[in-house]
Structure formats: structure tokens, C-alpha cells
Design a binder for this molecule. Sequence first.
Ligand code: SF4
Length: 348
Amino acid sequence: MRETARATDLLDWYDRHARDLPWRVGPRARAAGMRPDPYRVWLSEIMLQQTTVPAVKPYFEAFTARWPTVSDLAAAADADVMAAWAGLGYYARARNLLKCARAVAEEHGGVFPDSYEGLLGLPGIGPYTAGAIAAIAFDLPATVVDGNVERVMARLHDEHTPLPQAKPVLTDMAAALTPQQRPGDYAQAVMDLGATICSPRNPACGLCPWRPSCAAWEAGTAAELPKKAPKKRKPTRLGIAYLVRRVDGAWLLERRPDKGLLGGMLGWPGSEWNEAPGEAPPIRAEWKTLPGEARHTFTHFHLRLTVKTALVPMDRPATRGAFIELAEFSPSDLPTVMRKAYDLARGS
Ligand code: SF4
């Protein structure tokens, strides 16, 4: 009974304080019968993986303006989608996005499956995303556990087992709370609570609908939860990026292989990324090494890129990549690390 009362308290709070998000059908509209578009829910959930709401908003608006339905996205050219995704990071998501859109268009008649299992069978949709879409788009009582929800559960129950070991127990706690009534609103309500009230630092317990039954608030331990196993230090890799300009202004770029880091994205030809990369110039030229480095942090390592530039004549053949005419080159199509190398060259 206690869990039912908690869910009701949270839903009451959500009815008053739900965030206004471009992909969301708010509680009032939902109560009036409006249903979320599964395409928009899916797109937002993929974009939000590893990325914050403010970073996602402009990408979401641009994608849905350009490709208003999943069938429109499925029909898009790969290069257009990869370019539109540039800057959002974790590029495997963009490749899977296209695969998934095409699977929905070709195998499901352009309609997302309306069950957890059906969603889980689509490319790029794991248990978390399937649960989130099932709950938010189809109002199914799926348990949705992301980092926000883990933090809230750890605090609500004053659970001190460190993550990731604590995941199963936190998931069980979240499952016990998930109501049969309004599960879609509930899933979004817990996410909102974690994002706006039960935040990582300085939780605003005074405004929290769960404070009367929160064990961590009672114990004064909220700020130190959830506990986390110490992280391994990220190694640093080095690399060289070659920014080649032809005398007519064209840039030498290459599309990275589909598999692997930045797969399918445009980038500058370069060396391997490791502890001691060897030279790998893509063309014969007189190279100028720029002062400074382009630095970027990936999930598993830090990268420090040395940037070399060269100007080459019209008839000089490249051993890698292809020249892209100046009129067709848009720096915003580059992934962030490649954009940083470009910015360094432009500033020098
Ligand atoms: S009372 Fe504080 S710690 Fe507990 S759930 Fe609410 S915001 Fe989080």
C-alpha cells in the first residue's frame, strides 16, 4: 500500500510540475485523450542516451522538422542523417537510428510495435529504451530505470550498496513502485523528479513529494547516495589529424568505416589513436604542425590530436579520402572532435 501511496503522491506532483519538453505530451493533454507519437518518443529516447535535455532539444526539433515521420527518416540518405547528428556524439546511435527507422518502415508498415518485446526486437533498442517507449508511448507498466531513477531509488530506500552492483536491487525497488494506473506519466514523473528535485548534488528535499517517506532524508545521507564503485582512470591516446586544403578551397575528408568509433562520420584523414601514433599523411605535401592540440574525451579514453595542415595544388592525388568542394563543406557536419581540429586550424 505504501508504494501505491508513493506513486499517487508523485503523480500529483507531476500534474503540477511536469517539465515542458518538445517530445512530451504533458499530463493535462494526456488526461484529455492526447496520445504521444511513438516516433517522437523513440527519437527523443535515443537522442537522450548519454546526452542532456538542453543538448538534445535543438537536434530533436531539427530532426522532426526535416523528417516528421519514421517513414520519412527511413527514406533519408545515410549521409544526411549522419550530418544532422554531428555534434550529438555516440555516433553508433545515429547508425542504429537509421536501421531502426528502416526496420519499422519495412517490417512493421511504418508503425512502432506496441509491446515491450516487440520494441526490444528493433535495432538499437535495449531494455531501458524499450521500457521507456512502452511506458511513455503506450502507457504500459514497464519499469524504466536510468541513472536518475537509480539515484532516487537509492535515496528513497537509503541503499548504500555501490553501483553498478546495486543495479538489480534498485531495479526491483523501481519495479515495486511502478503503478498500473498512468504508468506512462509515472515513468516521466520519476525522471523529472531525478532531474529537477532529487538532483545529484544538493537535492531539493524541501520541495520533494517523497520527503515524508524518504529514508535518506531521514538519515541525512541523501547527498552521499548513490554510492559508486571507484572509476578506473581513463587512459590518454595521441593522434595526428591532417587538414589538407586544395588551392581552390576544397578540403580533403574521408568517411570513417561504419564499424568503430565515429563510424560512418566524415572526418579528417589521420593516424591511428594510441600511445605513440606513427605518421600517416594522406597526400604528399609540406606539412605545418599547428601549435596546441585538439583535445576530446570519449567514453573510454582522452584524445590529444596534433593537427597538421597543408595547401596542395589542383592535380595532387590523395592516397586516402576525397576532396569536398568548399560550397559543399559544412563544419557542422563534422563530429565534435573533428570540428575541434578544424577550429584549431581556422584559428591559427
Ligand atoms: S527527499 Fe530528498 S533525497 Fe529523498 S527522494 Fe526526495 S529529493 Fe531525493
